[in-house]
Design a protein around this ligand. Structure first.
Ligand code: FAD
Length: 406
């Protein structure tokens, strides 16, 4: 049995590295070990943001930032008091990494390369003598009346403080290794996905994007307004992705079979949609915000001849067109993973965790960081920010305990 380490961090991902480095920054003599089950470190950091690593998001306030988290909103609002976007910028700046803000608020390293972030962490961990064991899976953690017994695929360790940063997973079995701790768990569901429309003719418009549409799921009574993209398998774009995140659990329970509607002109009320007061052919009389290809498609769906004069539309043709513009119904069957960024909701129930320290309420000395908790966000750098914030708080408190003991 190995009792050489003060702190054992489970997971060599974003949260695990950020926790280990920050423990060593504040308690340099601490002996810290990261255990990573795969042969690779910081895998998601490297692939994130299309290889550019969208590290965080520029937000006006901590409260505005917390609104991006369908799970964890009020928990993180309190956590951001301790570490948020300006603190992260300063943290990287001190280590020679400058972050830039894009027009939509997403923040990336100036180099546009995720390696910049991964290399910064690897250099810091090495310089601070964090020990890292790869290909060593944590199989069981049991409380020992104070310290914890950690059984891995290779050996056993005893440590006073443990950081659980093993990330999200679509199956609860991923967390079986902590079952002796009796933690309450939330069922996981994937978040951030696009809606499939198998066999639907709208897919012929693949590649077409609409700047502002409102997507509404009646059975859940949730909607989101924003850009929408038609793809060869269905619909994507921010309006769909954000809604998939907000409704991740409910859509999982519906097995991704649900009806939704699209309002192609969300800011124009029905009564202001005057389609038949023109001598122009209806194909040349489209509302400005509707792309021409979509307009032709809507005319076909409403069975209106493209060359018909607008003022000759019958009442039922006009009503059918208005209905399609304002309440176009679709039946989603299945989902497709969004390749740029995806996460799972569910994991460790937030009621288990003291937000001030990220420590288990049941097991002092046991901490949580990152996606392993029931926290997830919409796309845009928010998921990493949750990992940095929670890892930083855990590290601060671990270092405090170590320094008190010394
Ligand atoms: C393709 C993709 C792109 C993304 N892009 C972005 C982005 O640009 N911006 C953003 O904010 N978010 C992004 N995300 C989400 C973000 O990557 C995650 O939210 C974040 O990585 C979570 O960090 P984590 O450390 O909690 O978990 P992870 O990064 O998943 O790390 C957990 C680590 O623990 C290890 N592990 C698990 N179980 C054990 C065990 N029993 N023993 C030992 N080790 C174990 C795993 O192998 C893994 O290395 C993206 C996600 C994906 C999949």
């Amino acid at each position: 049995m190995n009792s050489d380490f003060d702190v054992i961090v489970i997971g060599g991902g974003a949260a695990g590295f950020f926790a280990a480095i920050n423990i060593k920054s504040q308690a340099p003599d601490a002996k810290v070990l990261i255990l990573e089950k795969t042969g690779k470190l910081l895998t998601k950091v490297l692939v994130s943001g299309g290889g550019r690593c969208n590290v965080t998001h520029n937000a006006a306030s901590q409260s505005a930032l917390s609104k991006a988290y369908p799970r964890g909103k009020s928990f993180l609002k309190k956590a951001f008091n301790q570490f948020w976007v300006p603190d992260l910028m300063e943290w990287f700046e001190k280590r020679g990494v400058t972050l830039k803000i894009e027009d939509d608020g997403r923040m990336f390293p100036n180099t546009n390369q995720s390696e910049t972030i991964a290399n910064c962490f690897l250099k810091e961990a090495q310089g601070k003598q964090v020990q890292i064991n790869t290909r060593e899976t944590v199989e069981r953690i049991a409380p020992m009346n104070g310290p914890f017994l950690i059984t891995t695929s290779k050996t056993e360790y005893v440590a006073d403080q443990v950081v659980m940063a093993s990330g999200g997973h679509s199956k609860l079995g991923h967390l079986d290794y902590v079952s002796p701790l009796n933690l309450s768990l939330q069922k996981p569901y994937p978040s951030l996905f696009t809606f499939n429309l198998p066999g639907h003719s709208i897919r012929e418009l693949k590649g077409l994007s609409v700047l502002d549409a409102k997507v509404f799921i009646p059975v859940i009574k949730e909607s989101w307004q924003g850009p929408l993209l038609i793809t060869h398998w269905g619909m994507s774009g921010p309006a769909v992705l954000v809604l998939s995140s907000i409704c991740a659990k409910q859509l999982g329970e519906l097995n991704y079979s649900f009806e939704y509607s699209v309002d192609w002109l969300p800011d124009v009320p029905r009564e202001e949609l005057v389609l038949n007061k023109s001598k122009k052919q209806i194909q040349n009389h489209k509302p400005d915000a509707i792309p021409q290809r979509l307009w032709m498609y809507l005319l076909d769906e409403a069975r209106v001849a493209h060359t018909k004069k607008a003022d000759e539309l019958s009442k039922s043709e006009k009503n059918k067109l208005v209905e399609l513009i304002k309440n176009h119904l679709f039946q989603a069957e299945g989902k497709t993973t969004f390749k740029e960024e995806f996460v799972t909701c569910g994991g460790i129930d937030l009621d288990e965790i003291d937000v001030k320290t990220m420590q288990s309420k049941q097991h002092p000395g046991f901490y949580f960081a990152g996606e392993v908790m029931d926290i997830d966000a919409i796309t845009g750098g928010f998921n990493f920010q949750a990992a940095w914030t929670t890892a930083y708080i855990a590290a601060k408190n671990i270092a405090l305990r170590l320094n008190e003991k010394a």
